[in-house]
Design a binder for this molecule. Structure first.
Ligand code: M6R
Length: 617
């Protein structure tokens, strides 16, 4: 979490850093800060609040000139969000300045040691400790900045992406990463460099970027070059420059009020992009290099273990149904955070599928490392190309959702399900657990999903009316069965995270084992009751709710009449196969949470306390 941005070159750094911070605000938005160097003075401005608050304060308090600048948008870990704890942090001498994304776990013992040497601390942060450790090492051993950063980092335990600057050596910025992402943009004439947590802050300036690997650091010199080294042993690393595939349009709102709404509406295209070139209906095949190259491993696996967090975990639950149903491979789905700490039984006969939009989620990354250490084969399903999880996996398949900026995941979920469905179908075909006609039907239906999503999106007005009726309630219940149980969980998560209304998702049949006690005439219950899959059973569940006067919002198949007679409201989705229904039933739930949050005046794209990628445990 936290976003970091930096610039060194011939242009004014301030607008580049500020605009960059705005693009990275999805990573954290408790507080923000900037440091600029104009050739003589180091100027720091920081504040609790958002980047717009920083702009107002910086423009009042400091001169905004300078060709070197670093900036930070924070998601607090150590110390509450306030002005003092905001980054950048300056060392005791006033010479060194740092921005940091991550956590220094052993900061307390280092801090005590530094205090005995006369250092004082203004903030409660681990980052202020790190910059003073760098200062102390530099002073004691009379080192250059790059070397001092390296020696200091070898003394810390934790995770970081940092950028450090010394006002006495204004021609260079030192950056390093371990566990948190860091990209360096290289200007066209190689006379300017950009630093950022992802490439979005600099895509209008350059398409050339270097992604630091874990345990690497770089010294970036104005008018010169970048030198990358291993932090541990100082060995030189070749600079691998990648061409960026994203463009500015993809990371702008494009006329929508919020990124979340834009991303909901992008789903038809995102799903198409995800199966394009993989689903070849005319040839009746699925082509996925990552699966093909490792077919034996998949087919010989004892089981598949899926690890993920949040929405990605919900996609994993949908995948459990489809893998077991179609490919008859046993699947276990685990929260990555639990898996990594519970001493799981895992060996070389297991395949672990890690699902992550960002590819940077710390718990998922740690689960991968654990599985690999026990000999399991790791397959990554990520959206962000070149992300840590994508690189750490033995093989994988990207979802091609395009950048997802709204903190609430939408298109990531449906594209993850698309990729996982393709994998399950491919394995089912290879194992012979699906007939050729069923396989063809699945391909045909999957290919029609984008146009059906378009149709599902047309319920927007109806959903706005329903949202207006229920926006002021305190609790919601979401129920679904089979493939749509994970969708109920996802619907509840969406509502919670952006509207702050308490919501729970349950398998519909579990209702009578407890949650039914919550139902009264004030409780709205969203029930996914599509025609295919346990329809009659779900209708019985709806009857049970009705008898307790609960307010029923039914997600039904087009043309449904039975649920319509029982429910207070219905939202229709087109008919499809049961296994593909989550790709449609999730759409109205995304819109419902979106409209309720907007009506409640909540910050839809940046809900409180959350951040887009959770790079701390
Ligand atoms: O980037 P990841 O898919 O690994 O992120 C996992 C969760 O943090 C994420 O899905 C989170 O739950 C979202 N805010 C849900 O909308």
């Amino acid at each position: 979490m936290c976003g970091i941005v930096g610039y060194i070159g011939p242009r004014e750094a301030y607008p580049i850093v500020i605009e960059g911070l705005k693009r990275l605000e999805y990573r954290g938005y408790d507080s923000a800060g900037i440091a600029l160097f104009d050739g003589e003075n180091l100027k720091v401005s920081k504040t609790k609040g958002k980047v717009v608050d920083l702009e107002a304060i910086a423009e009042k308090n400091i001169t905004l000139s300078g060709n070197v600048g670093i900036g930070h948008t924070r998601w607090a870990t150590h110390g509450i969000p306030n002005d003092v704890n905001s980054h950048p942090h300056v060392s005791n001498s006033g010479d060194l300045v740092i921005i940091h994304n991550g956590i220094i776990e052993n900061y307390e013992s280092i801090k005590q040691e530094l205090i005995t040497r006369g250092y004082t601390f203004k903030s409660d942060t681990d980052t202020e400790v790190l910059i003073n450790l760098i200062e102390e090492v530099k002073k004691q051993e009379n080192l250059k900045l790059g070397k001092a950063v390296q020696v200091a980092l070898n003394q810390v335990i934790g995770a970081y992406a940092i950028a450090v600057f010394d006002k006495n050596k204004p021609e260079e910025i030192v950056v390093a990463r371990l566990g948190s992402p860091l990209a360096i943009g290289i200007g066209d004439n190689e006379d300017e460099f950009f630093i950022a947590s992802d490439a979005s802050p600099f895509i209008e300036y350059t398409k050339n970027a270097v992604y630091l690997e874990d345990e690497e650091m770089a010294i970036i010199r104005f008018h010169k070059d970048i030198k990358i080294r291993k932090i541990k042993d100082d060995s030189v690393v070749d600079t691998y420059v990648q061409e960026l595939q994203i463009n500015l349009e993809q990371i702008e709102k494009g006329g929508y009020d919020h990124f979340m709404l834009k991303e909901i509406h992008e789903q038809p295209k995102a799903i198409t992009d995800t199966y394009r070139g993989r689903l070849l209906r005319n040839e009746a095949i699925i082509k996925m290099a990552g699966v093909e190259d490792n077919m034996k491993t998949f087919l010989n696996a004892n089981r598949i273990i899926i690890v993920a967090c949040g929405t990605s975990w919900h996609a994993g639950l949908v995948a459990e149904y489809i893998f077991e149903d179609l490919a008859r491979i046993p699947v276990e789905v685990e929260y990555a955070s639990e898996f990594r700490y519970r001493n799981p039984v895992i060996n070389e006969n297991d395949v672990l599928i890690a699902i992550s939009q960002s590819g940077e989620t710390a718990d998922t990354l740690a689960a991968i490392k654990l599985a690999k250490s026990k000999g399991a084969f790791v397959f990554g399903v990520c959206n962000v190309v070149g992300s840590s999880i994508a690189r750490e996996s033995d093989a994988g398949a990207y979802t091609h959702a395009g950048p997802e900026i709204g903190v609430a995941s939408t298109k990531a979920f449906t594209t993850q399900i698309t990729v996982l469905t393709l994998i399950a179908l491919r394995l089912a075909r290879a194992k012979g657990t699906i007939s050729s006609s069923d396989f063809r039907t699945h391909l045909l239906e999957l290919e029609m999903i984008p146009s059906k999503v378009e149709k599902a999106l047309l319920s927007d007005e109806n959903i706005q009316t329903i949202s207006n009726i229920y926006k002021d309630v305190d609790h919601f219940l979401y129920l679904g069965r089979g493939y749509n149980f994970p969708v109920a969980l996802e619907g509840a998560l969406k509502l919670k995270e952006i509207s702050y209304i308490h919501a729970e998702g349950y398998p519909a049949a579990e209702m009578k084992h407890g949650p039914i006690a919550l139902i009264d005439e004030n409780m709205p219950i969203v029930v996914i009751a599509t025609k295919k899959g346990h329809y009659e059973k779900v209708v019985s569940n709806i009857q049970e709710i009705k008898s307790r006067k609960g307010k029923i919002i039914g997600i039904v198949t087009e043309g449904d009449t039975q649920v319509r007679t029982l429910a207070d409201h219905v939202i229709e989705v087109p008919e499809t196969l049961e296994s593909l229904s989550p790709l449609l039933t999730t759409i109205p739930l995304q819109l419902l949470s979106y409209h309720i949050a907007v009506m409640l005046n909540k910050n839809v794209d940046q809900p409180r306390n959350l951040a887009k990628s959770v790079t701390v445990e």
